[in-house]
Design a protein around this ligand. Structure first.
Ligand code: ADP
Ligand code: DAR
Length: 390
């Protein structure tokens, strides 16, 4: 075959190969799914317009979803099929969101990093894209204290962390079967807890409403129908796969598949933070030997909401500071100086009842578990000192 003829054959073969690849890319179910549907793009355009026109929206979503970022991200889709709409729909529907976005799966934190990174930096007060969350360190527990030994101000103390089960996406991408599978796995593992942590798992499925409401009123169980989570597609198939594990004393609890796969909680009356955190550390170390958790090398433990990444620790007191709290804005301003966040009695997006506030550390990333808990301890001690001086 002449050299010209062989070149013609080679060019023909290459053209056929390229054509075949292009057909594959447009026709292969996997690659076809890589394209964002026009219906999703239309919803995204409408959502972005709504955010832009909202004058009284102060969410981090609105702050950082510029037109440029929006145009960059709106055509992207994760391997699990999550789009920018899955990320922002809660904040579009709830313009009063503080943050307004969630990660439908772990990949979202990198695929939509142009939006997540500035939100994370802002919320966690300086966690840059080049920063790396430190390894877990629960610290020297003997240095923690009872923040209110005379029981003058603190009603109760609670420390919680979130954990995601390795191999499972977050709420919007979970199937009903996965919810059930995860619940079965967690229930089986928790059934072997012993000593102070020994307890019982109570699925929400079949739980009578009176019992459920009493658990919520006593601050043990998560609220139902959170509009922010509903809009984020975090409540599908409810109550399948959802429930609560607790010991008899209700000082050790585990929430299953509310906002995160797991919320591991230690709580008790009074201000003895040292006892509460020691119990949580024991529980986390016990559970992680039974259930593999999803942890990112840069972001730390992964959670559905970016505000909970890293340590995922929220250490809080239910506290009454009548003089400081006479002016809520003043209380929030003073608390903010110590990197503390003020929530209502029933947690976020609620009001105070009887003058009791839920005050906790705000930062969860770029510091260790011990530092996050210590930040709460030191801040609360300062607030009590100020209250006493007024
Ligand atoms: P999370 O702490 O899991 O992020 P929330 O802010 O909704 O979620 O609070 C969950 C529940 O924990 C609410 O019922 C709230 O009243 C309760 N809670 C928070 N801190 C304390 C505390 N120190 N003592 C008792 N209950 C608390
Ligand atoms: N609805 C969200 C909540 C942000 C932080 N709290 C969480 N993840 N429970 C908001 O943007 O207000």
């Amino acid at each position: 075959m002449t050299s010209i003829a062989s070149k013609k054959v080679l060019i023909g073969a290459s053209a056929a190969a390229i054509a075949g690849y292009l057909i594959y890319r447009t026709s292969c179910p996997r690659y076809r799914n890589k394209m964002v549907d026009q219906s999703v793009l239309d919803k995204l355009d409408a959502g972005f317009k709504k955010l832009q026109e909202a004058n009284n929206c102060h969410s981090l979503l609105k702050k950082y979803l510029s037109k440029d970022v929006f145009d960059q991200l709106k055509t992207r889709k994760t391997a699990m099929g999550a789009t920018l709409l899955d990320v922002i729909q809660s904040g579009v529907e709830n313009l009063d969101s503080g943050v307004g976005l969630y990660a439908p799966d772990a990949e979202s934190y990198t695929l939509f990093k142009e939006l997540f990174d500035p939100v994370i930096d802002d919320y966690h007060q300086g966690f840059k894209p080049t920063d790396k969350h430190p390894q877990s360190d629960f610290g020297d527990l003997s240095t923690l204290v009872d923040v209110d030994p005379n029981n003058e101000f603190v009603v109760s103390t609670r420390v919680r962390c979130g954990r995601s089960l390795k191999g499972y996406p977050f709420n919007p991408c979970l199937t009903q079967g996965q919810y059930q599978e995860m619940e079965d796995k967690v229930k089986a593992q928790l059934s072997s807890m012993d000593g102070e942590l020994k307890g019982t798992y109570f699925p929400l499925t079949g739980m009578d409403k009176k019992t459920q409401q009493q658990l919520i009123d006593d601050h043990f169980l998560f609220k139902e129908g959170d509009r922010f989570l509903q809009a984020a597609n975090a409540c599908r198939y409810w109550p399948t796969g959802r429930g609560i594990y607790h010991n008899d004393a209700k000082t050790f609890l585990v929430w299953v598949n509310e906002e995160d796969h797991l919320r591991i909680i230690s709580m008790q009356k009074g201000g003895n933070l040292k006892e509460v955190f020691t119990r949580l550390v024991t529980a986390v170390k016990t559970i992680e030997q039974k259930i593999p958790f999803s942890r990112d090398d840069r972001l730390g433990f992964l959670t559905f909401c970016p505000t909970n990444l890293g340590t995922t620790i929220r250490a809080s007191v239910h506290i009454a500071l009548p003089k400081l709290a006479a002016d809520l804005k003043k209380l929030e301003e003073v608390a903010g100086k110590y990197n503390l966040q003020v929530r209502g009695t029933r947690g976020e997006h609620t009001e105070s009842e009887g003058g009791v506030y839920d005050i906790s550390n705000k930062r969860r990333m770029g510091l260790t578990e011990y530092q996050a808990v210590r930040e709460m301890q030191d801040g609360i001690l300062e607030l009590i000192k100020i209250e006493k001086s007024l």
